[in-house]
Design a protein around this ligand. Sequence first.
Ligand SMILES: Cc1cc2nc3c(=O)[nH]c(=O)nc-3n(C[C@H](O)[C@H](O)[C@H](O)COP(=O)(O)OP(=O)(O)OC[C@H]3O[C@@H](n4cnc5c(N)ncnc54)[C@H](O)[C@@H]3O)c2cc1C
Length: 507
Amino acid sequence: MLQLKLEVLTAVAAWAISSACANVPISHDWTRGLCPRGNDMKELAVKLSPTAKVYFPGSDEFELASTRWSVLDAPKVNIVVVPGTENDVVEIVKFANTKELPFLAYNGAHGAITTLGKMNHGIEIYLHQLSSVEIAKDGKTATIGGGTKSKAVTDKLWAAGKQTVTGTCECVSFMGPALGGGHGWLQGHHGLVADQFVSMNIVLADGTLKVLDEKSDLWWAINGAGHNFGIVTSVTTKIYDIEHRDWAIETITFAGDKVEAVYQAANDHLLKNGSQPAGVINWSYWMNNPDADPNNPVILFYIIQEGVKSVDPVYTKPFHDIGPLSVEPRGGTYTDLAAWTGIALSSPPCQKAGLVNPRFPNYLESYNIPAQKKAYDIFANAIRGPSAFNHSIFMFEGYSMQGVKEIDSQSSAFAFRDENILSAPLITYAPSGPELDEKAARLGNELRRILHDASGRLEIRSYVNYAYGNETPRQWYGTERWRQARLRALKQKYDPKGRFSFFAPVA
Ligand SMILES: Cc1cc2nc3c(=O)[nH]c(=O)nc-3n(C[C@H](O)[C@H](O)[C@H](O)COP(=O)(O)OP(=O)(O)OC[C@H]3O[C@@H](n4cnc5c(N)ncnc54)[C@H](O)[C@@H]3O)c2cc1C
């Protein structure tokens, strides 16, 4: 069987080498290493499990596995290796190190930070076969494969009467958000996605597989700066009995001239100086919706509540009183939330449509009303009518924060536990060269600067998983000197050669 697999692989390698070399920029390392010699693939293949796969450029499988959500400064890979077991990741990393080839974990491929573009050749380690959710007998933890999607986790747990904090979007992986902390619907009760972790299997830069738990010095860094330290092949995480099956939402749509009133109401009746109840979430999007308003972007305001069949009027009435264009109440269960908020598997944000999708994140404590108005006016002008940016969205995510704030801020590399709102313009457009890229970056940075200047903070506080790529490590991982020093020391200890430095490098 193994012999057969090797023959297939060797044949495929020989067939594909010319296209691999022709299509991708080739570094000196690459040309003297893997590319010209099919024997290299044989050398790797004998070490992999029978379920591992290798895809070459030119094949549909390669295309599917390497297509990304945002095409701006996307990493370039020459080959895709799909581990079938956790040990396969060990072998791939060791092989890459021997051949001096860069490598990068691909999971949901929604990472959009421009630092990824520094990978101009190398091996994609596509994790999607490491997809599994095993619930422990005591019902208190689950072990999740490193390539499992959030939806698979939610669905498996839900069927067993359980749940845990995951990212909200169905197409994003479980681990991708978690490595930067991870925001989700249930964080008001339990904290971030990574706050739930009990232990994990991780392949370090030197190719060793380690079991980490809170006793490891690396544990602190994995929660917030995890992309920098290894490939997580599986993680054991806390799970909880479902407390509330019912969830409800009101989608309230406003014309743009209500922007000041809407965000004043959000400050006064939802955020309330950071005391938004654990089971209440507010999200809003500014976006074009010509049916609702042909001239200006609308404000789509979501108020979400757990444990009810319709959202309590105490939260919604102040918004009804402003005079919305429409109000749409819905009731259902936790598993409906992604579809209601437009981030289900079939929703537009989950599609890989060849678009450029940079975001410019900025955490806020509360809404500054004049700044919201100023940002709205600039955003509306920039995305109106036939603008190349007319599918852009300005996102304001007001998750409940109690569970996040209850955890000691010093206990993990996630540095922004005091914040209440995650704001980010998402400037979406079809690729059209550097001029348009620069225009989009100018717009996104300007919008972020307006909100930041009004916040009174010295530094932008940027959620690393939404980051554009022009931020500094202080802006991703916190300004405190001790945080930066601790991250640099751990990097030096665990990844001195900087193998994991494509996604928001700590130094
Ligand atoms: C539509 C959409 C919805 C989103 N919703 C949320 C949300 O609700 N909450 C939230 O917090 N964030 C959310 N995000 C942001 C999300 O956290 C990041 O985009 C994240 O990087 C996506 O992970 P991925 O696995 O899909 O992407 P990938 O590009 O595959 O992964 C991103 C990076 O993570 C690293 N990585 C991935 N898996 C592993 C692993 N197993 N071990 C080690 N490294 C790994 C790699 O460095 C990789 O470059 C959303 C993004 C999008 C586009």
